[in-house]
Design a protein around this ligand. Sequence first.
Ligand SMILES: [Zn+2]
Ligand SMILES: [Zn+2]
Length: 296
Amino acid sequence: MKTCENCSGITACPLCGTAISYFEHLGVRGTVSTLKIPIIGYNLKYDSQRSGVWHYARPCGHRFSVRQGTPALKYNGGPLWQNGFTWVNVFWGKYYAAGTSATWISDVDRATRDIESNTSYSGGLKQYNVGMGTFGGHAIIQEDPASTISNSEIAKALAGWISSGMVDNIGQKGAYNIFLPPGVTALLSNEQSCAVFCDYHDTANGTAGPFYTVEPYPCQQGCNQCTSNPFDTLTSGLSEEMVELKTDMDPGTGWVIGNEELCDYCDTNYICRQLSTGEYVNAWYDKEAGKCWDGS
Ligand SMILES: [Zn+2]
Ligand SMILES: [Zn+2]
């Protein structure tokens, strides 16, 4: 999207003064820092990088917090996930092609299926006119990505895999989860995964898609570590990006609360939740219940 109500009317970058031709909008889960207060032994968590619809000014590339607008729940008319849409997982790199990754891949695939088919967690999004889809399998890309890779390079790679048939073409009726291998850093402008953000979702070309989430290999801190198992960190982030992609496929055009998407809202005062099948997930805002999803 080019502008939303949060950025309309901003014509110059407040950081460098460059005229803005457009804003890049991405649905991003920011990192959280823990401030230790040793005297009382209490760990205070604070949002060092608040999750939401992040705005990068183009061409300068600076990110800045735009006004929150009216922090009310709102649907902006953009595409939403429908019944029967498909998730395709894409595991990128030789790391995933190795036999030692087979268990990890099957666990991630199962979690993707469990998240999408959970009648409470995924089915509850019906209140937003969002449907339930299916899991359509995975592809393993046998070439390694560069050790640092930008969002536009990721989008370009995805388009290439689709056109060459390495990855199923699901058009606009679904989305791709792109999993990066250990040691690879994603970049949004010059901001690095794990340092500034955990994961995100985007579209390569607005409402035309393809739509995708990007999951760097689980960060060691700052990204909802509910347990010491990196897999649990991955599913909590993956679930958030799946829900936010479904409810806001072209970031900022779907369901938002001010400048936040439905799970971002629940990242403040984050509580670890699990599906009945065991996966750790991030809660989304349940407007019918007037609270963040808690599995009840
Ligand atoms: Zn905007
Ligand atoms: Zn700037």
